[in-house]
Design a binder for this molecule. Sequence first.
Ligand SMILES: [Zn+2]
Ligand SMILES: [Zn+2]
Length: 328
Amino acid sequence: GKSGHMNLAKEVFEKLPQPNQSEYTTIIHCYGLNGMGIQAIELYYKMPKEFRDEGIYISVLNACSHSGLVQEARSIFQSIETKTEKIYSTMIDCLSRASLFEEAQKLIDEYDHDHSPSIVMYTALLSGARNFKNTDLSQNLYDRMVKLFPQMASSLTSAAVLLANTYASSGDIDKASNIRNKLHKLGQKKQMGITSTVVNGISYKFRASDRTHPRSKEIHAECEKLSAELLQHGHQYDSSWITRPLNEGETIESVLSTHSEKLAIAWNFVANPGALRIQLTKNLRICEDCHRATKLIAAIRQCEIIARDTNRIHHFSTDGKCSCNDYF
Ligand SMILES: [Zn+2]
Ligand SMILES: [Zn+2]
């Protein structure tokens, strides 16, 4: 029911004797998409309380947001016991759409107090500022984002585009084209990450998600195996190390577990299953997720891994530590 089929969806839903949790989520989500915030809220209060989870909260808050029901969103938000990053982001989006920027900023501060800052929340606020052509707030936010999230190239690029649009829509064409020119130059300079490794005397190069190697199937299978072992040993994939939008069928794990560093490591284990020593060279700085994962892999597989990047040489030893002491 994502467009004009709302009435039909509603009819079908009302005939369900005992809708389950995902049916409630779907119908509330549909109400939201169709600007039927009131109906979404009514159903939210009627449904069994034990069904309320992150998905329901996000759907109902979104429904409020798209119908401008800020007060209703506030009271639902306040009643939620465990507020996740996504729930905060949805509420911040709701406030930003209503140009309640100070209140949105307060929520971000509240979240940042006990968590590492989330670029999604800043982006929501920045989009709100763009909608209301608030150039001062946009510039401030963008400057803070650059300081807080220096690694997140693609999110920062989107933020810069938003900022340029804000200037353009408020009539400051010079500033807008300045930013766009800078972006253009950056785009041309941006280098692709490549990891090379020497296996049995031959040098191989890998890009992220690379499938050009003749034994790619085995290499990707080994990546999956390594990923399962990593998760078993407490590794957590952190979406903030993803620097581009996900394609369909991709997950945070599938993207991070096939970074060039990890593919190069996997190829070593495919070619030499009992490898005791692996050497890698990366043309950029090694990414944080790969650094954490490589420490664990060295310990799990009892294999010393030496990785040279643009800044230094990392010796990952079999006790799960790196010579850089995580300072890189
Ligand atoms: Zn990586
Ligand atoms: Zn290191």
